[in-house]
Design a protein around this ligand. Structure first.
Ligand code: ZN
Length: 585
């Protein structure tokens, strides 16, 4: 049985202060997707961080719980300690709480749930950026959190490695600082000796013999220290002496830093068997990454294959060779556009996660608002690929962009994915999560309502459908609306512009009729109130039917596209969907 997340309870964690339970629909026969929709800062990422923390004992891939770390686990509006519980569909439950000890140190059990022991499964924008920013000589470090060689399902005790990425970054920065200090010290010596600094060696035996011969009258610094301890007076210019000692200190520290970085070279890679295992896995991955990428990219006819290279530049290097059809071999950074680099990074991550599931991890993938800067053609392709490739998985996606949300819902619904959408509203005041239940096939729900629903249900759902139509059309048609903060528009903002735009077309009668009946929506207001009591069933059905009529005139259930301008040679010739079944002139 495929293990999925059934529910999670979060309290006093990151942006969530009051206890909140979130349930995930699961279905044994098909993939399930939960969408968290909310503006930036609404708390949707806190939910995802909570899932990562309770399952893997880490937040944003790091085990640090310190208040100085970039991701603060504590919620500032409550004195309670962060606490999260999760229930999986296999019946297992797990809770994790952060406590503060007598010395004020934060502590938590940071073991990894066995179902999540192989690999990270949350993809954030930062991962994608890191992928290309990290030098290829060190890029394998990004995957040190992965236990892809660990094929033993009974090894419950195994945990993820520490996040080395951050430590290595820290060490790199410190090494740079030491190098600057060392160079400054050498500059001072050169200045006092009135020589060019480039003639002063800075490391090793050359350095020691140079200072002995040129600065210390043939003595070593060690001998000078000994002599001074015996009471001898040896004078060296204090600026020169302190600079000398600085260079020695910096050299020592740089050596320590290098040793620590070397320690992070995977030990497993030193034994030939496990090195082979890793290489085999990467070779296999290399093939599927190449195939998947070529399926997605528009460069498919120029590229023959992509080869992922492991440990060629250094023990921990990861790089790619792109084989062009014309025989050239080239690196991705030199040939791929940003969109294609994005796509390649996504493909690598998704294929790695897929591999982790082959090794026994729960089939769950989380995408935390990762598509923000990815162009819409690319993101639709990536999600379609995820749907086709990860059958039976649980996919959790957070999104803030309203249009993208609508596109996602269409895509997921067309592909028969079981879908839950959580809209996060008024997060700070009442922590309300409003759940849009049912499938998001509003038109079908509305048809059912017309047959057997209450007057209120009919008008509410017809209004929601109308809002959805207007939101989408406002992106595709040249409609003048006053832009609002956060792109949050009400029907009142959008409808007049859309009505004006479509009034002169062959669906003008539909528009007129909605204009006549839209007051019903205001009367019902989407909520049960005394106004709606005065509405008749016939009125509500009339309203719902005209909205459905409108929907099928501007949205194509065949190709899944909304009505948009068809422009040929810079001239608008028509308005239609992709497949032209929906056509307005
Ligand atoms: Zn169509």
């Amino acid at each position: 049985m495929m293990v999925m997340i059934k529910s999670i309870e979060i309290e006093a964690f990151r942006g969530i202060s009051l206890k909140k339970e979130i349930n995930f629909s699961t279905d044994e026969k098909r993939s399930c997707c939960t969408l968290f929709v909310g503006d930036n800062g609404s708390g949707k990422s806190s939910i995802i961080d909570a899932i990562e923390f309770v399952t893997q004992g880490r937040i944003h891939n790091t085990q640090s719980l310190s208040s100085k770390s970039k991701v603060e686990a504590f919620n500032k509006f409550t004195n309670k300690k962060p606490s999260i519980s999760i229930t999986l569909t296999d019946g297992s439950k797990f809770s994790r709480t952060i406590v503060v000890d007598d010395e004020g140190k934060r502590k938590a059990d940071q073991s990894v749930m066995p179902q999540f022991r192989i690999a990270p499964f949350v993809l954030r924008r930062i991962n994608k950026l890191q992928f290309w920013i990290t030098e290829e000589a060190k890029r394998q470090v990004l995957f040190f959190n992965y236990n892809l060689k660990d094929n033993d399902i009974n090894k419950h005790s195994s945990s993820l490695n520490d996040s080395f990425v951050e430590r290595i970054k820290e060490l790199d920065e410190e090494r740079l600082t030491e190098k600057i200090k060392r160079r400054e010290a050498r500059g001072i010596i050169a200045k006092y000796k009135n020589i060019d600094e480039s003639i002063i060696p800075i490391v090793g035996n050359d350095f020691y013999s140079w200072i002995r011969d040129n600065l210390l009258n043939g003595m070593s610094l060690g001998n000078i220290d000994k002599a001074r301890n015996k009471g001898m007076k040896i004078s060296i210019h204090p600026k020169i002496e302190s600079s000398l000692r600085q260079i020695i200190l910096s050299n020592k520290r740089i050596k320590e830093i290098d040793n620590e970085i070397n320690k992070y070279t995977p030990k497993t890679a030193t034994t030939s068997t496990s090195k082979n295992i890793i290489n085999n896995i990467f070779n296999e991955l290399s093939q599927s990454i190449s195939e998947t990428f070529l399926k997605l990219t528009t460069l498919g006819n120029a590229i023959d294959k992509i080869i992922m290279k492991i440990g060629e530049v250094s023990e921990v290097s990861l790089s790619f060779d792109i084989y062009l059809k014309n025989g050239e071999i080239i690196s991705p950074e030199r040939i791929l556009s940003e969109a294609n680099l994005d796509m390649l990074a996504f493909v690598v991550f998704i294929e790695m996660t897929k591999k982790a599931v082959e090794f026994g991890q729960a089939p769950i993938l989380i995408l935390d608002d990762v598509f923000q800067s990815v162009d819409s053609g690319v993101r639709l392709k990536i999600v379609k690929n995820i749907i086709d490739n990860l059958k039976g998985w649980q996919i959790i996606i957070s999104v803030h962009d309203r249009l993208w949300k609508e596109q996602l819902i269409e895509l997921l619904t067309i592909n028969n994915i079981k879908l839950d959408v959580y809209e996060i509203i008024n997060w700070k005041s009442d922590l309300g999560l409003i759940l849009y239940s049912d499938s998001m096939l509003l038109d079908i729900t509305l048809k059912k309502n017309i047959e057997s629903g209450s007057i209120n249900e009919i008008i509410s759902n017809a209004s929601i459908l109308l809002e959805k139509i207007c939101t989408n059309l406002s992106f595709y048609l040249p409609i003048s609306i006053t832009r609002r903060k956060n792109d949050k528009y009400t029907l009142g903002d959008l409808w007049p512009g859309i009505a004006k735009e479509l009034r002169k077309t062959n669906i003008s009668l539909v528009i007129e009729k909605i204009n006549q009946l839209i007051y019903l929506r205001n009367m019902a207001g989407g909520h049960y109130n005394e106004w709606s009591l005065s509405l008749t069933r016939n009125e509500s059905i009339e309203f719902a039917e005209i909205i459905l009529d409108f929907y099928y005139n501007v949205y194509c259930i065949n190709c899944g596209y909304w009505l948009q301008d068809v422009v040929v040679a810079g001239k608008k010739i028509a308005r239609s969907c992709r497949c032209q079944k929906v056509y307005v002139e």
